[in-house]
Design a protein around this ligand. Structure first.
Ligand SMILES: Cc1cc2nc3c(=O)[nH]c(=O)nc-3n(C[C@H](O)[C@H](O)[C@H](O)COP(=O)(O)OP(=O)(O)OC[C@H]3O[C@@H](n4cnc5c(N)ncnc54)[C@H](O)[C@@H]3O)c2cc1C
Length: 441
């Protein structure tokens, strides 16, 4: 199909490559190296002198990683003969999009089918003024010029925990204020509890069940006021406040009305199970539609819509889109959480294996965490896998494959896993789920 792409910024790759997944992982990797050098090298028998952080260089390396990835996308557009237009795309009618460039010049292009993939932007609260200096979002947190002394994070979700980890490892004091009674609350609750323990070791303070009521920039300092369940108010003072309470679907300037495309009450583009909007030739994918705001979910949806337009009959199993938090230990999940199974009144059994009992984890001194497998009580089919520990972001792929092929916990427990690897913990958790047969606990 002849394809055109419209992007309002000068670089391609959207949130993920420019201000999301890639830059955050680059800083997580750099800060993890520093943290290990400062805290575990000595035990490994490596002595260092004059260890320090050069934040300017750390950010510059991150920028370079972003540049390489963005250029890779540019190359792929050329290779696949996709016409790229830079400018704001807005609908004129259901087949026509006007592209307004930076110099205010405009042109119109037409298409038989149009895919809306305009993504999302950080959300805020009505009373918080994001000044982008002291009161910041993830975008600014990826390019700070100094290591905060005290970073206050509003929201205990994935982005807050990841960026908090970056600056916590570099020496910042980190305080997290969360409205709910757990961090990473949409994941299996065991994960949040375990992650909280690990982050406390890094020096994080948590104020759960606290509702932020005021944020005030006082020059070099910011004050955050929050109310607990009893109605008592606490006050926290820091030099940066990261507002990470989620992201909102972004359709500003798109002029969806001109094409007759309906939005939901939450501002998402409304789509059916084929990701088609109410206008048959217009589709929508990624963060701007319902579902998890994840790059690999957006990617699956992109391929899905291309196949629908090509007349194929693709399928996405949304239950098996994994979710990952790139803290250390990493958290990775797929399938149902224990809370969801309870709600469904489904009979299930649980198998757990702690990394403390893993030879590989002891060798690398990464013994925090656990693998938890939830399997159907009668059929033994794996219903959910929740892991917190070293390299679980990569390990979760095995659970996705297993669940896609509807494996039982016993199936996995009868497969050879290389020794010593972290992946043995998954096999052991599956053994634990099948009549408590784990070998190493
Ligand atoms: C700090 C951070 C870390 C993250 N880490 C991860 C992670 O580790 N793993 C993961 O899976 N996800 C992660 N995400 C989420 C991930 O970035 C998003 O889910 C993903 O980028 C969504 O892709 P998308 O194509 O739907 O939208 P986007 O990537 O937001 O792309 C939308 C693009 O459309 C452009 N645009 C919008 N409106 C118009 C218009 N009218 N005309 C022209 N162009 C327009 C925007 O400029 C943007 O480039 C992270 C996000 C953040 C903020």
């Amino acid at each position: 199909m002849k394809t055109a792409l419209i992007e309002k910024y000068s670089t391609l790759g959207g949130t993920c490559l420019n201000v999301g997944c890639i830059p955050s992982k680059a800083l997580l990797d750099s800060s993890e190296h520093y943290h290990n050098a400062a805290h575990t090298f000595k035990t490994h028998g490596i002595d260092l002198e004059n260890l320090g952080v050069n934040l300017t260089q750390m950010i510059a390396r991150k920028d370079d990683v972003v540049k390489q990835n963005v250029e890779g996308i540019q190359f792929l557009m050329k290779k696949n003969k996709i016409d790229v237009f830079h400018g704001l795309g807005s609908f004129v009618d259901k087949n026509t999009v006007k592209i307004t460039k930076e110099d205010a010049s405009a042109e119109e292009i037409t298409g038989k089918n149009i895919i809306i993939a305009t993504g999302s932007k950080p959300s805020t609260l009505p009373f918080i003024k994001l000044d982008k200096q002291r009161v910041i979002t993830s975008t600014e947190a990826l390019k700070l010029k100094e290591i905060p002394k005290h970073m206050i994070i509003i929201g205990g979700g994935v982005i807050g925990m990841e960026l908090g980890s970056v600056y916590g490892r570099l020496g910042a004091k980190v305080s997290v204020v969360e409205y709910l009674d757990a961090i990473i609350p949409s994941m299996d609750r065991t994960m949040g509890k375990e992650l909280q323990k690990s982050l406390k070791k890094l020096g994080f303070d948590f104020y759960l069940k606290h509702k932020v009521v005021a944020v005030e920039n006082q020059g070099d300092e910011v004050e955050v006021k929050a109310e607990n369940a009893k109605g008592e108010t606490i006050s926290l003072k820091g030099d940066y406040v990261l507002v990470s309470i989620g992201r909102r679907p972004y359709t500003d300037g798109l002029n969806a009305e001109a094409a007759g495309v309906k939005l939901t009450d939450r501002g998402q583009v409304e789509v059916d199970e084929h990701l088609r909007t109410n206008v048959p030739n217009i589709f929508a994918i990624g963060d701007v539609v319902k579902g998890a705001m994840l790059a690999h979910k957006a990617e699956e949806e992109g391929a899905f819509v291309a196949e629908v337009i090509a007349g194929q009959k693709p399928h996405i199993n949304y239950l098996l889109i994994p979710g990952v938090v790139y803290t250390w230990p990493e958290v990775a999940s797929v399938g149902y959480t224990e809370e969801q199974l309870k709600e469904q009144k489904r009979k299930y059994k649980t198998g757990k294996f702690p990394f403390m009992a893993s030879g590989r984890a002891r060798a690398s001194m990464d013994t925090d965490g656990v693998v938890k497998v939830l399997a159907d009580a009668e059929t033994d089919e794996i219903l959910g896998v929740h892991m917190i520990g070293p390299r679980t972001a990569d390990m979760i792929a095995e659970a996705v494959v297993a669940m896609e092929y509807r494996a039982s916990a016993e199936d996995i427990s009868r497969m050879s896993h290389a020794h010593p690897t972290y992946t043995e913990a998954f096999k052991e958790a599956c053994l634990a789920a099948t009549d408590n047969r784990a070998l190493h606990i």
